[in-house]
Design a protein around this ligand. Structure first.
Ligand code: FAD
Length: 361
């Protein structure tokens, strides 16, 4: 029987484990973080992502833990409406909840936390993976789901170029029922009249709001200490005089768990596999946040790769077909992400009226 080692228990690694579990394929998943470290803020899941999730988890239970968004409303920073659009089954959920739900179906003996692995080589058709204490394991198949800065990917594709994207984000969650009621079930996004500065807000539950700001790093600077006080100061300086809803949210937020998201992308996508290692999720294709497709793409990678592993006798044929199926769609999301990035940089009077902050293929 083949041994399958999954490296990384984010959404992509955990969903791969769920699909393998469902199909009775043996595997072991290794994760760097501790079991209880569930960092992160929130995810937007378009309809397609929900469909892939519903095959591996109890979807009705998930619906009680997040919220469907009804309408996207795009505003100027003072609160004047630029455009509105109905949303078709777009779901929002906190990252920690989704990770928790995906972890539930994985038997305890099949997941090891606080294990950081690197590639050490290949022999007898197997990959050798090394732990930090220099012990090692051999696997017939390695699924590299170790995120956008994948160590395994960088070991294999040593010439790859990761470049900083012009936009960075501050992401935060605030618990405040009154503000959550004001947002209703809408996705609100405010855009500064000069461009390059936006504030987005969504309701995670009846009491919790997810908010994020996006800023052009060539125009706006945040103190690189990234302390809660620095982040608060940055928000007050740049959003303090926006419309009353935005200023209430930033005033009433605690910044202890606010996260600065420095965004990078690959100059050019690598292959999605090498020998008996396949890359999924952000490890294969870091996507910029404008696409809102990071989670759905990770789910889809796992689903398609699992089916091909089951169908094909030869693992290299399975990997080749996986890349052929997934790469064109990812390239479309990358292209759409760049269009959305350019729109973000434009001033308010040049904003298109009919777009959504989501990349559809
Ligand atoms: C801490 C964190 C917070 C995030 N917060 C948000 C958010 O609020 N909103 C949003 O849209 N996206 C967020 N993202 C990104 C989002 O999770 C991904 O874009 C998307 O879900 C695809 O997930 P992934 O599993 O491919 O990658 P990731 O979510 O990055 O998961 C990779 C996993 O691999 C583990 N890992 C890395 N290297 C190794 C190694 N060498 N050995 C073992 N394990 C390793 C990491 O600890 C991590 O758990 C966050 C990612 C992280 C890691």
């Amino acid at each position: 029987m083949s041994t399958v080692a999954i490296i990384g228990a984010g959404v992509s690694g955990l969903s791969m484990a769920n699909y393998l579990e469902k199909n009775n394929v043996d595997y072991h998943i290794y994760e760097r973080r501790t079991k209880d470290d569930l960092k992160g803020h929130g995810f937007i899941l378009p309809k397609e992502g929900i469909e892939y999730l519903s095959q591996i988890i109890n979807i009705d239970e998930l619906y009680t833990k997040g919220s469907f968004l009804k309408k996207y409303v795009h505003y100027g920073h003072k609160g004047d409406v630029i455009s509105e659009k109905d949303l078709d089954n777009v779901f929002v959920i906190s990252r920690s909840t989704l990770i928790e739900v995906l972890s539930k179906n994985i038997p305890l003996q099949k997941i090891s936390y606080e294990n950081t692995l690197a590639l050490s080589g290949f022999s007898d058709g197997k990959a050798t993976m090394q732990f930090e204490d220099y012990s090692s394991l051999q696997a017939d198949i390695v699924i590299a789901s170790d995120g956008s800065r994948s160590r395994i990917r960088r070991q294999i594709f040593q010439d790859e170029v990761m470049k900083a994207v012009l936009e960075n984000e501050v992401v935060n969650i605030i618990e405040n029922e009154e503000l959550a009621n004001q947002i209703e079930h809408n996705f609100l996004k405010f855009h500064h009249e000069d461009g390059g500065l936006t504030f987005g807000v969504l309701k995670l539950s009846s009491t919790k709001i997810l908010w994020y700001c996006q800023f052009d790093i060539s125009k706006f600077f945040i103190n690189e200490d990234y302390t809660p006080d620095c982040i608060r100061q940055f928000m007050m300086d740049n959003f303090g005089n926006w419309n009353p809803l935005v200023s209430s949210i930033i005033n009433q937020s605690s910044y202890e768990n606010a996260h600065i998201w420095r965004v990078y992308e690959l100059e050019k996508l690598n292959d999605f596999y090498y020998k008996n290692i396949a890359f999924i999720g952000d490890a294969a294709h870091p996507l910029i946040p404008f696409t809102s497709q990071g989670v759905t793409s990770a789910l889809k990678d796992s689903y398609i790769l699992t089916n091909l592993i089951l169908e094909e006798n030869n693992i290299n044929t399975a990997f080749k077909k996986y890349e052929e199926e997934r790469k064109p769609e990812i390239e479309t999301h990358i292209k759409n992400g760049r269009i959305l990035l350019n729109q973000f940089l434009l001033p308010l009077d040049q904003q298109p009226k009919d777009t959504l902050p989501i990349s559809y293929k």
